[in-house]
Design a protein around this ligand. Structure first.
Ligand SMILES: [Zn+2]
Length: 455
């Protein structure tokens, strides 16, 4: 690769062992599309776009470009499901499964964001936590309180993170978190008008709005119908839709049983029939029927797969192979605070473990794990033309990983490197071991949004 291949406006170079899943491939082709460049570099121009990704080549670098080196360079991690108001809510003890845990642990925690000062601190901490975890893009379930949402949008904007955010709407539930359907719709409309970019700015804006009814049981039939009408209008503006689907199947009184009984439907997905679109992301979808996965795939919907959360709340295991075979797009979600780790790499780690058994006899290939954590998430969010890998032309959303920040991991990787040249083995060890503490730098569209203290 010679100098002619590079734009001369290259202003930054990120060097290290580069891994990414190239192209616009789905999960099924991740293995064939894995790119591994042991001594690689990613060139980024003034606009924050990748102009080239390839082997290290000093001759290709214009004078004055800054060069940053790290042991590993990966695409930015993408969290397709995370809850802002649950930031301080990792207190499951006594919580039970999903519905009890919501009542006992989560609703009281989310109600605290009514306090503007508390909400402002939470917004700053939440934004910081994303950047530190190497998350460059997130689909965020927000607060019910406009003042907290305002703080969150401002904090994300100031930090320069990429996010799709919506207030978590509820009509039914504890008084502190619910309002009338009319007031819910008004607040959603206000938030979207205020923060969702105009059509001409949509491509360049890092922030977008989403319409997020919490889940079916937070609504009655009339409420969901009214949300469906608002969605019809908002989807024209490329607003995203997200909610929870089929998470807890405890017989008799679990979430799925209650939804079927309350709404008188045969399948959970029937209650969301007006919300199926290419910009619709359903969290969990653990207990869906084949017919439901077929409908999700046909409508182009995505699933936010949250295995750490499903382990935490005893919700079961999403049938990864069935979902993949149905052709449903999948990304990973931390689902913080039901998920107990804010690192998408650690959610990939959990995916490797929960899908290593009967559901997936051959277990997930490291390239599939990387796909789920990066390009898969971008495909779920319909942002894969801009982010998700290190292809030239994409925005430079990337993470630099330094296993040396956790010496046992560094030594493990160095031993593997000495024993084999198999890229998959190195990538697997990296993904299994990396977490928040090994992120050296997080970059969104060429701008550093987090840099670890130098040791
Ligand atoms: Zn959730």
């Amino acid at each position: 690769m010679g100098a002619d291949n590079y734009n001369q406006d290259v202003s930054q170079v990120f060097r290290g062992h580069v891994f990414h899943v190239a192209g616009s491939t789905g999960l099924e082709d991740a293995k064939e599309s894995l790119v591994a460049i042991p001594n690689g570099q990613v060139l980024v121009n003034e606009a924050g776009r990748i102009t080239a990704c390839g082997p290290r080549d000093d001759a290709a670098i214009p004078a004055g470009a800054s060069i940053v080196e790290a042991p590993f360079v990966l695409p930015g991690l993408i969290d397709t499901h995370v809850h802002f108001p649950q930031l301080y809510a990792m207190d499951r003890y006594g919580g039970g499964q999903l519905l009890e845990w919501l009542d006992r642990c989560i609703f009281p925690a989310e109600a605290r964001l009514a306090d503007p000062a508390y909400g402002a601190v939470a917004a700053a901490d939440f934004t910081d936590a994303l950047a530190r975890a190497g998350t460059t893009c997130a689909l965020v379930f927000g607060s019910q309180f406009p003042v907290a949402q305002e703080a969150l949008f401002h904090a994300l904007s100031a930090r320069g993170l990429r996010a799709i955010v919506g207030r978590t709407s509820m009509v039914l539930g504890p008084e502190a978190l619910t309002t009338s359907i009319a007031e819910n719709l008004r607040q959603c409309r206000d938030e979207i008008d205020r923060w969702h970019p105009a059509p001409d700015d949509l491509e360049e804006s890092l922030l977008r709005a989403a319409l997020i009814p919490r889940f079916a049981l937070s609504f009655d039939q009339d409420g969901l119908r009214a949300f469906g009408e608002l969605w019809e209008e908002m989807r024209e503006r490329n607003v995203h839709f997200s909610t929870h689907l089929s998470e807890n199947a405890r017989p008799g009184d679990g979430e799925v049983a209650q939804v079927l009984a309350t709404f008188g439907v045969e399948a959970y997905l029937d209650v969301y029939a007006s919300f199926l679109s290419e910009r619709s992301v359903f969290a969990h979808a653990v207990h869906c029927t084949d017919a439901e996965y077929t409908r999700l795939a046909a409508a182009g919907c995505g699933i936010a797969h949250c295995p750490t959360s499903q382990l935490f709340l005893g919700s079961g295991t999403m049938p990864m192979r069935r979902v993949r075979d149905h052709g449903v797009r999948m990304g990973l979600g931390t689902d913080w605070g039901a998920g107990d780790d804010d690192s998408i790499a650690q959610v990939a780690n959990a995916s490797a473990k929960v899908h290593g058994g009967a559901d997936h006899p051959t277990s997930l290939h490291p390239a599939e794990l990387l796909h789920l954590a990066t390009l898969g998430g971008a495909r779920v969010l319909r942002l894969d033309h801009r982010i998700g890998n290190l292809d030239a032309g994409k925005d430079a959303d990337l993470v630099l990983v330094d296993p040396g920040r956790h010496p046992p991991l560094a030594r493990r990787l160095s031993r593997i490197g000495a024993e084999t040249t198999d890229d998959a083995s190195v990538l697997f060890a990296l993904l299994m071991g990396m977490g928040r503490d090994t992120i050296a730098r997080t970059v969104v569209r060429g701008r550093t949004v987090y840099e670890a203290d130098t040791r």
